[in-house]
Design a protein around this ligand. Structure first.
Ligand SMILES: [Zn+2]
Length: 164
């Protein structure tokens, strides 16, 4: 399932996202642009290798880091965290601005989208921060980067063949 789109000059197989991300990579990039990019590095994929197509193993390079406004929030299927779980865990990311890292495969050009927003987490220990100048101590809430894959834009396939 999916459709071929041209993304920055590359024919790209686009898989429909149920997760609220734009269907096209170029649309996601244009929605991120107003926030500015902290990382912006374009690469030219060398062409899909067997590892990409057969093993689905990709060599990723970070091409963008920036922010995106998740208008409707995101619902992610987080799989089965515990053995024997009856149903998959659904992870909900509320609407709002989230931080994204986009990684592109150096070979096939597939793009992996990660939510790398900072969030506080249950069970995390807050950090004690001591200010030398004022002598004051305060507690910083425990935060961590989420680092959750929230989307995938497939790359160009070899010899123009699309495996769907
Ligand atoms: Zn690849």
């Amino acid at each position: 399932m999916g459709e071929v789109q041209t993304v920055e000059g590359q024919p790209t197989l686009v898989v429909r996202s149920e997760q609220g991300l734009p269907l096209k990579l170029e649309e996601l990039l244009s929605q991120m642009k107003p926030f500015g990019f902290s990382v912006r590095q374009d690469i030219v994929p060398a062409g899909a290798r067997t590892s990409c197509t057969a093993l689905r193993e990709h060599r990723m390079t970070t091409i963008r880091e920036g922010r995106w406004f998740a208008r409707f929030g995101l619902r992610l299927n987080a799989g089965f965290p515990q053995p024997g779980d009856a149903r998959p865990t659904v992870r909900v990311i509320p609407p709002g601005v989230i931080s994204l890292r986009l990684e592109m495969c150096q070979d096939c050009g597939a793009v992996c989208v990660r939510d790398v927003s900072m969030e506080s987490y249950a069970g995390g220990r807050s950090a004690r921060i001591y200010n030398r100048e004022t002598g004051q101590t305060r507690l910083a809430p425990a935060v961590m980067a989420r680092n959750v894959v929230i989307g995938w834009y497939s790359g160009k396939r070899p010899a123009g063949r699309e495996y769907t």
